[in-house]
Design a protein around this ligand. Structure first.
Ligand SMILES: Cc1cc2nc3c(=O)[nH]c(=O)nc-3n(C[C@H](O)[C@H](O)[C@H](O)COP(=O)(O)OP(=O)(O)OC[C@H]3O[C@@H](n4cnc5c(N)ncnc54)[C@H](O)[C@@H]3O)c2cc1C
Length: 410
């Protein structure tokens, strides 16, 4: 077994690490200052656009997309260590390299399932970083961790103007990431075209709904532990009130929505885990720097035994998580997302909770500073904690993983 990265990965790692040091970390404070001066906090600070141009110029662009025709053409195993590096600055680095969720998942869906017209109209500007997008599945009224519960209606109806068919969409969604950003021009909406269909996994379809469609209202920004997540374009409540789009906006086939959602989530989940490891590395670095630079009761915090335990445990955990994530990436590359299903679930269960724990210790070591806005730890904590819920709550993955395990004995 060879644990070394290949030459292309090493080259991109070196470039990305230099880009982070030279551009991304220094821009974190600049972006905050610029945002405070913007007319709306949802607008994009100028420094983000400057960094996007720089990243694109350096070839640090669309690294997530394995399809070489549209993206960098990297395998999951090649992308994993790069996503980890961007996770060290989760507010800026994924966005400026055009590798941020939910755009990444949406670009994957359009690459795999979009027709030529949909690719031209929406995939191309997304790949160029000219627009942003959102994925609208979750609904406040139903337990959306079970996607068969969603109630949004997508009804086919003849258009009174020219007699062609449209889809009319009616429903209420929330926690729709990215939708508060005015650059978010397109929603991929999951709803039911056949609510009474016998097969509960064939009732759903996905349609492209442009933001400016009459009947679409981005109502309010939902908060995450009080944070508005401006860099991710927030998490919006969105109302679709008889929003009408042409039938050509259907992605794939009618009844194919559930399967597309499943296909979208596999890579999305591993990307989150890769970035979480980067977040844990940043927390460990902050913890160590603080521990050696602050004294209490006559000695540096770094000399306290309990601090040694925290640091050592964090290092052991990160090394374990990274190996499991890399193994999962390798499996996805070699046997496909379906073949790597159990491992994808395992990392999605293991990584957020372990990283939450590491960041929690780093917060503790920083005292009041840990929960303040002067260090990134509180925001990192909030981001990591939500990943025990988003993209499938832990318990749903545990249920499925345990069933798979039990099956061997039945
Ligand atoms: C920050 C953030 C960003 C998000 N972004 C998006 C987005 O862009 N687009 C989108 O569509 N959605 C998004 N979501 C929504 C997210 O995907 C859902 O919250 C998630 O799927 C859970 O659905 P729910 O909130 O309806 O919880 P429910 O389905 O109501 O579940 C509540 C809880 O019940 C428990 N539970 C559920 N099933 C089981 C089970 N089988 N066994 C045991 N316990 C169980 C779990 O503890 C679970 O957390 C986001 C959420 C957050 C927090």
């Amino acid at each position: 077994m060879d644990f070394a990265f290949d030459a292309r990965t090493e080259e991109l790692r070196a470039k990305l690490l230099a880009f982070m040091d030279e551009y991304v970390y220094p821009a974190e404070a600049v972006a905050e200052e610029q945002r405070a001066a913007l007319a709306s906090p949802w607008d994009t600070p100028a420094v983000v656009e400057e960094l996007k141009a720089e990243a694109r110029g350096q070839g640090l662009w669309n690294l997530f997309l394995p399809d070489a025709e549209y993206g960098a053409g990297l395998t999951n195993l090649q992308y994993a260590p790069l996503a980890e590096i961007t996770g060290r600055s989760p507010q800026l680095a994924p966005t400026v390299t055009n590798c941020a969720a939910p755009d990444t998942g949406n670009m994957e869906v359009l690459t795999q399932f979009g027709d030529e017209q949909q690719k031209k109209q929406w995939l191309e500007p997304l790949l160029a970083g000219e627009i942003r997008s959102a994925f609208a599945m979750t609904e406040p009224e139903v337990a959306s961790s079970d996607a068969t519960n969603i109630t949004t209606r997508i009804e086919r109806s003849t258009n009174g103007t020219d007699g062609t068919d449209d889809y009319v969409i009616t429903g209420r969604k929330w926690y729709i990431s990215g939708a508060m950003n005015p650059d978010c021009k397109i929603f991929i909406v999951m709803g039911k075209t056949d609510p009474d269909g016998e097969d509960i996994r064939r009732q759903q379809s996905m349609v492209l709904v442009p933001r400016d469609t009459p009947g679409v209202t981005v109502k309010r920004a939902m908060k995450v532990f009080g944070y508005e997540d401006h860099y991710h374009g927030g998490h919006a409540e969105v109302i679709f009130d008889h929003a009408r789009v042409p039938v050509t906006n259907l992605i794939g086939e009618e009844g194919g929505g559930f399967a597309i959602a499943q296909a979208r989530l596999g890579p999305g989940r591993i990307h989150h885990c890769m970035r979480l490891i980067g977040m844990a590395e940043r927390a460990i670095e902050l913890m160590c720097r603080r521990a050696v630079s602050r004294d209490a009761f006559g000695k540096a915090l770094a000399q306290q035994g309990v601090v040694h335990n925290w640091i050592a445990d964090a290092r052991v955990t990160v090394e374990q998580l990274r190996l499991l994530v890399l193994k999962t990436a390798w499996l996805m590359d070699t046997v496909g997302n379906r073949g790597a299903h159990a491992e994808i679930q395992a990392i999605k269960i293991a990584t957020p909770r372990a990283v939450v724990d590491i960041i929690d210790r780093a917060i503790q070591l920083h005292g009041a500073g840990g929960v303040s806005q002067d260090f990134p730890l509180a925001e990192l904590y909030a981001g990591a904690r939500t990943l025990m819920i988003a993209d499938g709550p832990d318990e749903v993955h545990q249920r499925s993983l345990a069933r798979r395990e039990l099956k061997k004995y039945l």
